[in-house]
Design a protein around this ligand. Sequence first.
Ligand code: FES
Ligand code: FES
Length: 190
Amino acid sequence: MKNQPLEQTWSARVNGQLKELSVSPETRLVDILRNQLNLTGTKISCEVGRCGACMILMNGEPVNSCLVMAYQSEESVITTIEGLHGEKEGELHPIQHAFLEEGGFQCGYCTPGMIISTKALLDACPNPSLEQIETGLCGNLCRCTGYGGIIRAVNKASERCAVKGTVGTVVKENVNRSAVNFVQTDGAET
Ligand code: FES
Ligand code: FES
């Protein structure tokens, strides 16, 4: 009989709150988020790191949570789409507003991942060129929009954030970007 891996304590700061769970080390982060923390804004599609539906920020970097195991995300700082908001909690983040206004989605399945990748892009590059937007979102696939509305939304979010001098708000947390160099997103352009 195959041995079942033992569960261990997993802890991380998720959307500003410390979470402690009992999981096996190879549980996927996306399953922890969706099934154990009920953060179902993070979507599952390809499950092999090619679509970006499951994109989250881990220690400030965008990662495909279907490729991250519990042991790799232990003691990390995680932001999901539920962790973004405007100046006040409960308000939409400027990027979310821009996607609404510019028709940056149709079915909406890719949208949480798109918005998370946009947040990461604008944090790193507040005034991106078209090429930089395409590169920043190259790990996120959309089957519906043709990307025109998404590009407009990123540009509008960039302009608004430049006026305000901020890229909106993530729930308060202490992000250490250098702590996640063991995880890479897949930049496939299929
Ligand atoms: S479900 Fe994770 S990249 Fe597609
Ligand atoms: S809006 Fe449907 S997949 Fe992007």
